[in-house]
Design a protein around this ligand. Structure first.
Ligand code: ATP
Ligand code: MG
Length: 323
């Protein structure tokens, strides 16, 4: 059976990129896999953060996971910091990882270049992400294309550990959605849409519906008039086509939109049709905060049980004695 793991970082309000690239593909795997999903609040500590805002965002993100279809009755849904094994295994993996391979990570280079003070945890973050995945012996990791390099590193660390200390970890693989594995910023379609970057081209899942429509209608398109999928030559149009494809489940090749104007309108309609029920479920859930707290408490208990065996095996293999 497939064992699935995916985590979402409360580093900002969740975006359409998070939804199409990871949240909805994750929810679809509930049908076939044994799933562990969560809010990676420890990852949110890798850049300057405000504690009160982190609390709010963690709950918002957990609520949006449920609203997007990650049904807590059919998976483990938890907050990463409630399971100490993540930090514990991360340290063991840091002790197998090399400084150079961490420094080479594209995301580290990009994020550190935007900051005047770089937290050490931003460099070591991929070891924590490897721990997240390997703890649960995950086989499938549904993520956007931007996380492919980190999953590849996880595989390298697992291989190195297993070879050196014994077969403790299952080899995971990244699984990307067929469309919208990399949703681009609507106002700057050569840059990834990101929740931690302030841009008018980011669609947030909780944006009011009229704001969503306005952002999409104002999306930057390209010169020319022809609607064709060509990410290199026509990044703006191709991004809208990818979003429309992911929202409707229609392959990009089968989409026919006559003009840029029609494409924008159809894309806005499709995104809104997807977001409206999610926003409604989120509002219902927010009416009773105790329900979400209960879900996360149960999730943490189950995650702790599942994670315990892997940490014990990894420590023992590395020569750490239990007393
Ligand atoms: P940050 O800017 O803080 O890194 P983010 O928007 O990249 O935030 P993450 O929490 O890092 O969000 O990622 C959560 C999941 O969403 C990951 O699986 C990631 O690959 C996916 N994802 C993030 N941005 C996009 C995007 N633009 N298109 C598709 N998937 C995305
Ligand atoms: Mg990210």
């Amino acid at each position: 059976a497939t064992r699935v793991l995916s985590l979402f970082t409360p580093s900002g309000h969740p975006t359409l990129g998070n939804l199409l690239g990871a949240l909805l593909p994750s929810a679809r795997l509930l049908e076939t896999g044994d799933c562990v999903f969560g809010v990676s609040d420890l990852h949110a500590l890798t850049s300057d953060h405000d504690p009160a805002r982190l609390r709010e965002r963690s709950l918002e993100l957990a609520g949006l996971c449920v609203a997007a279809g990650i049904d807590p009755a059919r998976c483990v849904l938890f907050l990463q910091s409630n399971v100490p094994a993540h930090a514990e295994l991360a340290y063991l993996l840091e002790s197998t990882a090399h400084y150079g391979e961490m420094q080479r990570m594209i995301q580290f280079k990009e994020k550190s270049a935007r900051q005047s003070v770089v937290r050490l945890s931003l460099l070591t973050y991929p070891a924590l992400m490897a721990a997240d995945i390997l703890l649960y012996q995950a086989t499938d990791v549904p993520v956007g294309a931007d996380q492919a390099q980190h999953v590849e590193l996880t595989r390298d660390l697992a291989t190195r550990f297993n070879r050196k200390y014994g077969p403790v970890f299952t080899m995971p693989r990244a699984v990307h959605p067929p469309a919208a594995a990399r949703v681009m910023d609507l106002s700057e379609p050569t840059a990834k849409m990101s929740k931690s970057i302030d841009s008018p081209g980011t669609v947030f899942l909780l944006d009011p519906i009229d704001v969503v429509r306005r952002k999409i209608m104002r999306a930057v398109t390209d010169s020319g008039t022809e609607v064709v999928y060509d990410p290199e030559g026509k990044p703006g149009v191709s991004n809208l086509l990818a979003i429309l494809s992911a929202c409707t489940g229609t392959p990009v090749a089968d989409l026919t939109a006559g003009s840029y104007g029609v494409l924008k309108k159809e894309t806005a309609d499709a995104v809104i049709a997807l977001l409206e029920p999610i926003q409604r479920r989120y509002a219902d859930l927010s009416a009773d905060p105790a329900e979400l707290e209960g879900i996360l408490r149960t999730g943490a208990e189950r995650a702790r049980e599942r994670a315990a065996g892997t940490v014990v095996a990894a420590k023992e293999a590395m020569g750490l004695l239990s007393a």
